[in-house]
Design a protein around this ligand. Structure first.
Ligand code: PGA
Length: 263
């Protein structure tokens, strides 16, 4: 795992945007795995800014989102489809027909199978962006999810329902079920980029990076991935024990890159 610790949430967004832009390099097709939640919003804002500045195009991109609430129509303001349209797709040159979010109104078992097939038909995911829940979940793979799981129906934990209820109005019941890519699906991505900011995420980041590989901490499965980047701000990194080592690795990488440039 490569752990990059930056000074602020804005730096996280900036470095994450660099990674996404690298994947979207001109002249090549790219399959992005995308995430919802508050963490990637700054990243999407930065990508929109770069797109408007002519620095990046999504014309050859295909996208697959991690998850969707069961029972919400795509045009429900709190659906993840609506979130993605609002926060990214409506502002860049991505072909809407190449953006994929699970259908929250379809039969969940059929939809899960169809979604896995669509990812595979697209050639697999090149870069998967992830957030992390306070309980260590990735996508909606709650603790005890199988580390080999594929896209499927998941029952959300009360803590996740509580965390998400802030987005729903007083009369609305927040969804209790979701369709989510599985941990195995996520691990199939060629590269994964997990973003975490803020002190509330520090325990989850510590457990994911430095704890044992465990279904109790779904994000710890990224220890099994051979190109996983964990990109965090100082607050989210505040409980990590090996900070000096992670910084040393990044300094060495910069030194080597500079030597190569000058050599
Ligand atoms: P957040 O959610 O970015 O809103 O904190 C992350 C997640 O639950 O995966």
């Amino acid at each position: 795992m490569r752990v990059i610790i930056t000074e602020s949430a804005d730096h996280v967004a900036h470095i994450a945007a660099d990674c996404v832009c690298e994947a979207l390099a001109p002249g090549q097709d790219c399959v992005l795995g995308l995430a919802t939640g508050s963490t990637p919003v700054r990243l999407y804002g930065e990508l929109i800014r770069r797109h408007h500045a002519g620095a990046v195009s999504f014309a050859r991109a295909t996208s697959f989102n991690l998850d969707e609430y069961v029972g919400l129509a795509p045009d429900h303001p709190q659906s993840y489809r609506a979130f993605m349209n609002r926060e990214l797709f409506d502002h860049v040159d991505i072909d809407p027909s190449r953006t994929h979010v699970p259908d929250g109104l379809a039969d969940p078992a059929d939809e899960a199978q169809r979604y896995e097939q669509a990812i595979s038909d697209a050639g697999g995911i090149d870069l998967q962006v992830l957030g992390i829940g306070r309980n260590g979940h990735i996508g909606f793979n709650e603790p005890t999810s199988s580390l080999a799981s594929r896209t499927r129906l998941k029952t959300l934990t009360p803590s996740t329902i509580e965390a998400n209820s802030r987005f729903f109005g007083p009369g609305e019941t927040p969804p209790r079920l979701a369709i989510t890519m599985g941990i195995g699906t996520i691990l199939d991505a060629r590269r994964v980029l997990l973003l975490a900011t803020g002190r509330a995420k520090a325990p989850a980041v510590r457990n994911a990076v430095e704890g044992p590989l465990s279904a109790m901490v779904p994000a710890s499965a990224l220890q099994w991935h051979n190109d996983a980047v964990i990109l965090v701000d100082r607050d989210a990194a505040s409980l990590l024990q090996q900070v000096e080592y992670y910084e040393h690795v990044e300094n060495e990488a910069r030194r080597l890159a500079a030597e190569q440039c000058h050599g």
